[in-house]
Design a protein around this ligand. Structure first.
Ligand SMILES: Nc1ncnc2c1ncn2[C@@H]1O[C@H](COP(=O)(O)OP(=O)(O)OP(=O)(O)O)[C@@H](O)[C@H]1O
Length: 258
């Protein structure tokens, strides 16, 4: 479903953030990407929906030849890919339901969204998405009145309302406390399993990565240095990926105990 072949990304300024990447991710996999800050995790995620262009190599996503897409093709690709952000990216002054309906923007004609008239079928899809993350009772609350964990659940519902084939989550729990982070990770895992949505998550904390990942991809200086099941990754694996000893900052449970 997602296939990188000898893919490279070199940014203006000369930083190589992806080096000769060969990687296949099958339908429905739940993949966690780990690596030090600057290792290229965001670059990999953003390449999947064409936000970061490859400098060379091939990338196929759901049959889309990503490096060679025209504007229409890029729009089609992005309609199949839901994004979840570290900072949630909600519109605070409007309701939870309206935020989730924004996930339908790819499918609904612009004039309807401009006058705020979504078809009932779209409202039903949005409500079902809110129900999946157990927050449908907050549908008419303004987003600004939610806690961080609730906001991220709305972020997940918005991505789900898009009815995506792929979900990309860039550090989705970086702004959350440990119990809330686990709740958010559980929803992501459950949604991937039950709906068969391929999910790629960038994570900073290694204990979260091993707890939830079917598969862990380790990056170092833009290179893939580990690819294996979450259960196969131990402290030595992470030391190899990071190229240094682990610290309390690398583990959510240890950091919380400080
Ligand atoms: N738009 C850009 N222009 C130039 N260099 C960039 C750009 N985006 C990222 N980089 C550089 O590419 C490298 C990889 O960055 P990337 O954000 O992919 O890493 P990351 O593993 O996600 O790190 P972090 O967790 O800090 O976001 C870094 O050295 C970064 O400074």
């Amino acid at each position: 479903m997602i296939r990188f072949e000898q893919a490279n990304v070199t940014y203006a300024g000369g930083v190589s953030a992806m080096r000769n990447l060969d990687l296949e991710i099958a339908d429905g996999e739940f993949v966690v990407i780990v690596g030090l800050s600057g290792a290229g995790k965001s670059t990999l995620i953003r390449a999947v929906n064409g936000l970061v262009p490859l400098t060379s190599g091939n990338l196929d996503v759901n049959g889309h030849d990503v490096p060679n897409l025209d504007r229409k093709g890029r729009r089609a690709l992005r309609s199949e890919v839901g994004m979840i952000f570290q900072g949630f990216n909600l519109v605070d002054r409007t309701t939870v339901l309206n935020n989730v309906l924004m996930g339908r923007l790819h499918q609904v004609p612009t004039w309807r969204t401009l006058i705020g008239k979504y078809p009932q079928a779209d409202i039903d899809i949005a409500a079902r998405a809110l129900d999946r993350v157990e927050i449908v009772d907050r549908a008419y609350v303004r987003a600004t009145n939610l806690s961080g964990g609730q906001r991220q659940r709305v972020g997940i519902a918005r991505a789900l309302a898009q009815e995506p084939k792929i979900i990309l989550a860039d550090e989705p729990v970086a702004s959350l406390d440990p119990p809330t982070s686990h709740v958010v990770m559980k929803y992501l895992q459950q949604i991937s399993r039950e709906l068969g949505i391929t999910t790629i998550v960038n994570l900073h904390f290694l204990d979260l990565a091993t707890a939830y990942a079917d598969r862990i991809i380790g990056l170092r200086d833009g290179e893939l240095v580990f690819d294996g099941p979450g259960s196969a990754a131990d402290e030595n694996t992470f030391r190899d990926i990071y190229g240094r000893s682990l610290t309390a900052d690398d583990t959510m449970a240890k950091q919380a105990a400080l």
